[in-house]
Every structure is written in C-alpha cells, then in structure tokens.
Design a protein around this ligand. Structure first.
Ligand SMILES: CC(=O)N[C@@H](Cc1ccc2ccccc2c1)C(=O)O
Ligand SMILES: [Mg+2]
Length: 374
C-alpha cells in the first residue's frame, strides 16, 4: 500500500425535505469526501460530521482542518508510511491514536484507505467485514413534524414504500402524542422506535415511562451523551429497552455502557466510533454480551450508505438499521442510488465499497477540492 495523496472534497447536497431533530432542522448536507490515491487503486471515504457541532463535538470544517494539519501529515510521515506499507488500513487507527478525538475524520481516512486496498484486491467491504447476508432490512428515520396529521402522512408514505421499521425523532413536547397517534393509525405490528438525540434528563423518567404503553423496540439516546450512569438509572425505571447512539464512541465506551447496564441495544455508526474496523469490534463485543446492534445513519451519500449496508449484514445486526434508500434524503445521489426492494437494501458485491461517484453528478455538487500530497 503506497499512498500518493488524498483529495479532500466538499460537496453540498440539498435534502428532499427539511429534517428536524431535537438538535435542529437541516435542509442540506455539507459533506467532506476523501479520495485516497494509491499505486494500485483509488478509494473513497465519507466524513459524517455535520455542519455544526450539534450531534457531536465534530463539525465538518473542524474535520477537514484536523485532517490537513495533523492526521494526514502523520500518515505521510516515514513512520506512518511504513505502517501503511506493512498493514494498510489496519494501521490507520494506531498511527493516529496520539491525536485525541476527531473520530469522524479518522473514520473517513481509514474508510478511503480500506476502500483502495479492497478494490486493489477485488474484495468487497461486506466480505472483508464478515457479512453473512446479501440484503438487509431497512428502517427509516422520521423527523419531528409541525403537526400529527403531517407526521402520519409521512409515516404512511414510508410504510407504503415498504420500510421494515419506523423511527420517530422525539423531544420534550413531541413524544407520547405522536407515538400514540402512529400506534392508533397503523396498529401494533409496525416495528416502532424513538430517538431523542439526548433531549431529556433523568427528571423526565416518569414521563418517558408513558412510552412503555406503546410496545416500542427501543428508546434511543434519551439523555446526554456523557450521562452513562443516568441511562443505567433510567433503564431501571423503563420497560422499553434503552439504545445508545451518541454515548458509544469506541469499543471501550461500549464495554463500559454494557457493564453498567446503561443500554440493552447499541446503534453503531462507523463515523462516530472512528471507523468500520472499530465498528466491527463493537459488534463482536455486543454479541458476546447478548446485546443487539443495528446500523445508524448520518444522512450519508451513496458512498457511506453502501459501506453501512455491508456492515449491517454482519450477524449481530439483528434490528433494522437507518440504512434507508438514497431517495429518503436526496433527489439525486452522487452514486447509483441505493433503492429499497421489499423493505430491504442489497449488500454491494463489487470490489471495495462496490459503488463509485458518478463524475458529472459529483462535479455538480462539489464546492471545493483540496489535494494533500504524500
Ligand atoms: C438518520 C438519523 O436519525 N441520524 C442521526 C441523527 C442525524 C444525524 C446526522 C444528520 C445530518 C443531517 C441531517 C440530519 C441528521 C440527523 C441519529 O440517529 O441520531
Ligand atoms: Mg440517534
């Protein structure tokens, strides 16, 4: 593996509709893509950081800066190049370990190098990670709406499309009523869960316990990301399983959360935890503890979406993930669109990610390109 350089490319993609969560409303996605150029192949990585540090401490400009100033020079150093020459993508996390945090940037560069490596080998992401299925059921994430009727209309549309599971974003003032309305309208058999994105506190426990009446699969990240003990206390007061998202940033924090009883389910997002290789470690750890996992989404383009689907095909991913079709968020994706067929999405089988950006579509949404030579 001889790395010649990495392109940092920013793309701006409008969302098909505003997407409202407890941390705000997004109408477009400003994405940082990485293109790793090696002697044998090119590889693509996607950084899932948002424009603003509202989901996690990372924001897209900070990730581009930390890559340019610290992470890529470290990989381009003699030690970094030697480690990459020896072990390829498996060496990235260790080579960058000295730099704290910025896991979404680290994940993106590992992904690009892994994609190049696998394309050169003619090996798919799914094969490399240990996929055991050729398609996976897809859930869909439904934002906070202006009214219950508007929400019900959106949910009806997704159910008509065949989505296997409905996830409702909630926040104080928009929780029990929308969940009750969806249950009332669509019945008890629809797989249903909620995601608070850290919007509640332990003082809301009695209120959140009202959700136990609706047979939810899980309640995702009700409390703030560092409140692991709070989630453990809440888990003792709720019948509905607690799922962590923002709190789990590594296999180590996953182990602590499981051991402390802070979660019974984990939403695994490769960008949040520093890469697909760490994501697989969390999958293995959770499986050993009998903890179910599913693949979360960060409104990725087809590149990150394809990699997530490969990950979602590992045996421990027993709950439908937020691996929805490209059309859930984008009218035009930068790759061949990922589509939903009978409530499932296909695991790509081609080398590496199995998808590549379509040049003219990529150029149309590109806002900047920066080449970092090695
Ligand atoms: C699909 C889903 O619910 N993802 C995140 C929240 C999230 C993450 C990244 C986003 C980027 C742009 C717009 C909205 C976004 C929402 C979650 O599970 O918590
Ligand atoms: Mg979440």
């Amino acid at each position: 593996m001889k790395l010649r350089g990495i392109e940092l490319r920013r793309v701006s993609m409008p969302l098909v509709a505003p997407f409202r969560t407890s941390f705000g409303t997004q109408t477009e996605r400003d994405v940082l893509l990485l293109r790793a150029v090696t002697d044998d192949a090119e590889g693509w990585g996607e950084c899932v950081a948002l424009t603003d540090p509202l989901y996690s401490p990372e924001y897209v400009d900070s990730q581009q800066d930390v890559l340019r100033r610290f992470l890529l020079p470290r990989l381009a150093s003699p030690e970094g190049a030697a480690a990459l020459g020896r072990s390829g993508a498996a060496a990235v996390a260790g080579a960058l370990h000295a730099y704290k945090g910025h896991r979404m940037a680290k994940a993106a560069v590992e992904m690009a190098i892994l994609d190049a490596e696998l394309r050169a080998l003619g090996r798919s992401f799914g094969r490399e990670l240990g996929a055991v299925a050729d398609r996976v059921p897809s859930g869909v994430s439904v934002g906070i709406h202006d009214s219950i009727p508007a929400l019900l209309s959106a949910v009806e549309g997704y159910l008509d499309e065949g989505y296997a599971r409905i996830k409702l974003k909630i926040e104080p003032g928009w929780d029990v009523a929308p969940v009750a309305a969806v249950r009332e309208r669509f019945g008890g058999d629809v797989l249903l869960q909620v995601d608070a994105n850290t919007a509640y506190t332990l003082r809301d426990a009695r209120h959140l316990a009202k959700l136990d009446a609706f047979d939810l699969l899980l309640i995702e990240q009700p409390l703030e990301e560092e409140d692991v003990l709070g989630h453990a206390a809440l888990a003792r007061q709720l019948a509905t399983p607690i799922c962590l998202d923002e709190s789990v940033v590594s296999a180590q924090t996953a182990a602590a959360a499981i051991t402390l009883g802070a979660c019974q389910i984990i939403n695994i997002k490769p960008g949040r935890v520093g890469g697909y290789l760490e994501a697989r470690k969390i999958h293995d750890l959770a499986a050993a503890h009998g903890v179910a996992v599913w693949c979360g989404g960060m409104v990725e383009t087809g590149l990150g979406r394809a990699a997530n689907i490969a990950l979602a095909a590992l045996p421990g991913f027993t709950l439908p993930g937020d691996v929805s079709a490209s059309g859930r968020f984008y009218r035009t994706d930068i790759t061949e669109p990922i589509v939903l067929v009978d409530g499932h999405v296909e695991v790509p089988t081609g080398p590496g990610l199995g998808v590549t950006p379509i040049p003219e579509l990529l150029d149309r949404v590109t806002t900047s390109v920066e080449w970092i030579p090695f």
